[in-house]
Ligand binder design. Structure first.
Ligand code: ATR
Length: 278
């Protein structure tokens, strides 16, 4: 990047108006005194390819990618990291000086980093992980738990076929549990995750029985509106180590900001505040 160029980044998707990323990156840019901008861009499927090709020529150094482009973008990228290929989608693009597009997925990194920071004693390799949900968000969670050394991943989903597909994809560490008996998979788990959208504002409550939760288990919810979901409240009441889902959003943003703007930003109370204020 030449000295007087103003670096631009942003998030591209549809819808994109609800995204908290502009507030977070805007906060970091300000904190570090960087003369750059991070812009939300509403772009549908029709224009996506054209826009992605044009942005590097307009001063963009990279992008976050969100619904509905996270999978499709892998086809357009010149380089795809192993973890993006494994998860099957990308959320972070870096435009290189030679014009090539580098695609990464930092969701799994955000997930594990959030747990490592929020529950410093967390030892994922010491026992099974239990995951409720087998949608797009669960894929990143499964990949990162396998990477973190979890010996077994128990997966339960309302639509069992989606969980079965994950087992085929991620291999024998994944075992599928009937949605009716989902509560049972918690019993001797070390890590317990809600990766469904249940409990989110406007969605039904999470209803699987949670009486298997025990002190010491590390429990997290990918839902962060509200910050304390019914799932996390049950875990807190049971004496578990509870980590809310907002931290995953914060941590997944760190590698992108660092690559685009050259500074590794801090995930601290001020960064959390920047997101919570909007
Ligand atoms: P995301 O990218 O957030 O994972 P998604 O791919 O739509 O979004 O996945 C949503 C998850 O929440 C899925 O596991 C979904 O279960 P299905 O695969 O059966 O749809 C789960 N979910 C959503 N609404 C649900 C409900 N009412 N009861 C049980 N699970 C639900």
């Amino acid at each position: 990047m030449s000295q007087n160029k103003i670096p631009l980044a942003g998030v591209i998707g549809s819808p994109v108006g609800h995204s908290k990323s502009p507030a977070l990156h805007g906060h970091w840019l300000k904190t570090h005194g960087i003369r750059g901008h991070y812009i939300p861009m509403e772009v549908g499927r029709d224009a996506f390819k054209q826009v992605i090709r044009a942005l590097p020529r307009m001063g963009f150094v990279g992008l976050n990618v969100t619904i509905p482009h996270k999978e499709k973008v892998l086809e357009l990228a010149d380089m795809v990291t192993d973890r993006a290929a494994l998860i099957g989608s990308a959320n972070t693009l870096v435009f290189q000086d030679d014009g090539k597009i580098h695609a990464d997925n930092t969701d799994g990194y955000g997930f594990t980093e959030n747990l490592r920071r929020g529950a410093p004693d967390w030892q994922p390799q010491t026992g099974p992980a239990a995951i409720f949900g087998a949608g797009g968000a669960a894929r990143a969670v499964i990949a990162s738990l396998i990477e973190a050394g979890a010996p077994e991943i128990r997966l339960s989903n309302r639509t069992q076929a989606r969980a079965e597909a994950m087992r085929v994809e991620f291999g024998a560490k994944v075992c599928v549990v009937d949605w009716i008996a989902a509560g049972n998979m918690i019993d001797d788990a070390v890590t317990v995750v809600n990766a469904t959208s249940l409990g989110m504002q406007g969605m039904p409550d999470f209803r699987a029985p949670l009486d298997g939760l025990k002190p010491g288990m590390v429990v997290t919810d990918l839902v962060y509106t509200p910050l304390e979901t019914g799932f996390l409240k049950a875990a807190r009441d049971a004496g578990c180590q509870v980590v809310d889902g907002l931290g995953m959003l914060l941590h997944q943003a760190v590698p992108g900001f660092e690559r685009w703007f050259g500074v590794r930003p801090e995930v601290d109370e001020a960064a959390r505040g920047a997101i919570l204020r909007i």
